[in-house]
Design a protein around this ligand. Structure first.
Ligand code: ADP
Ligand code: MG
Length: 389
């Protein structure tokens, strides 16, 4: 990826870049719709990345070229402005702008973006691009950002400059990822713990992503409706419990079970999914501490069932991918990940079974739908970095 970025830079700008920022994508292994409900999630950075390679230039104007889109955009970090011709450049400008606002003197630069991370399929190419941009600027300015502070700034760039109401999960994962480790993140307190996805000298399960390739047009409206239903569930539970429930995950599963009958349908099922997911993340955390990957896989399967029945954020395509997966030898577990209504399933697969697994999913999915699902065989990877060239 870095060699590709350097070659592209030579072609577009001439000469060599000085620094590369690298930002990985991420996958939510378990903990569906828990982030904005103040709950916990198991997440990992993956070995698919966005690379931004660049060098400082004199003057005020920065230029950035996306190889994937074949476009070059221009902006000024000190007076950022949306350019409707290049909406993707908002992510780069937004990061330069928040770093500049935070007091860093951001120089003008020219840079190219290369990537092997699919965009807009729930693997968080937006956060990867933000993190890579920040690492480039850090390298150009010899600035060592505090990593939690940086995750917050990148979230701010996406919320305020790009205008997407995301939580901090994507940026946190892209920055705090570690090779062969899963991140347990408490989205309320931002406390985290790294948990091994492998044993000393022995590879753990691979993270395999299977893309249902559904159009995402439905997702935004449904997502907002679910957020509203979760808020409604929290207010109803507060009344039933006689105490404030600021966020749905403030209610534990046993408490919820005792009160569930008092909630109307479908709010009861939405709450059951989110509170149940939070509980499953806790159980998976215990299992990961002692390397019991089979137990984690079973929790993934429970999670998918709950998505399908309770949260209703699955699709026929995702259900088919999940159903095919759990029948394959070596598959420990499978579930839809991310918002739902499209995107990928995430699968934990024994390393020696991965190739056969991928072939069986492709053949099975194709025989029912006629389409070939893109499959990404991944490992948990290190978080965002600066590489000096
Ligand atoms: P996701 O984060 O799930 O991939 P988003 O819609 O949040 O989906 O972000 C995708 C957007 O990020 C793209 O539409 C584009 O604007 C920007 N982006 C990601 N990768 C690149 C790239 N290599 N070049 C230019 N823009 C990119
Ligand atoms: Mg995104």
């Amino acid at each position: 990826m870095i060699d590709e970025a350097v070659a592209a830079f030579r072609q577009v700008f001439g000469g060599a870049p000085a620094v590369c920022g690298v930002g990985p994508g991420r996958v939510e292994l378990l903990g569906n719709h828990t982030d904005y409900n103040g709950g916990c999630v198991l997440t990992a950075a993956i070995d698919r990345r966005v690379v931004v390679a660049g060098r400082c230039v004199t003057g005020y104007r920065s230029r950035v070229h996306s190889v994937y889109l074949g476009q070059t955009a221009e902006f000024q970090a000190q007076s950022p402005a949306h350019d409707p011709a290049f909406p993707w450049a908002d992510y780069v400008q937004g990061v330069a702008a928040v770093l500049s606002e935070s007091g860093l003197v951001v120089p003008a630069f020219e840079a190219v973006i290369t990537s092997d991370l699919p965009t807009a399929s729930g693997l968080s190419s937006s956060a990867a691009l933000e993190a890579a941009t920040a690492q480039l600027i850090a390298g150009l300015t010899e600035f060592e950002p505090d990593r939690l502070e940086l995750a917050r700034l990148l979230q701010k760039a996406e919320n305020e400059f790009v205008g997407v109401r995301c939580g901090i999960l994507d940026q946190f994962s892209s920055i705090f990822g570690r090779a062969d480790q899963v991140i347990y993140l408490d989205c309320g307190s931002l406390q985290h713990e790294l948990l091994p996805l492998g044993e000393a000298g022995r590879a753990g399960p691979a993270i395999v992503l299977c893309d249902a390739q559904a159009p995402r047009s439905l997702a935004a409206g449904q997502y907002n409706q679910r957020r509203a239903e979760c808020e409604q569930a929290a207010s109803l539970l507060a009344v039933a419990l006689g105490r404030p429930v600021e966020r749905l995950c403030d209610v534990r599963l046993p408490e919820f079970e005792a009160l569930a009958a008092a909630l109307p349908d479908p709010v009861d099922r939405r709450a059951r999914h989110v509170i149940g997911e939070n509980d499953r993340v806790d159980r998976a955390r215990q299992s990961l501490r002692t390397g019991r990957f089979g137990e984690v896989g079973k929790l993934l399967v429970e999670s998918h069932l709950s998505s399908r029945v309770n949260f209703e954020n699955s699709t026929d395509g995702l259900d088919l991918l999940q159903d095919l997966a759990v029948r394959q030898p070596g598959c420990l577990g499978s579930r839809l990940c991310g918002g739902g209504w499209g995107g990928n399933t995430v699968n934990l697969v024994a390393p020696q079974a991965v190739d056969e697994f991928a072939a069986a999913i492709v053949a099975g999915y194709r025989s029912v739908t006629g389409n070939t699902p893109p499959i990404h065989i991944c490992r948990a990877a290190d978080g965002a970095q600066t590489v000096r060239l």
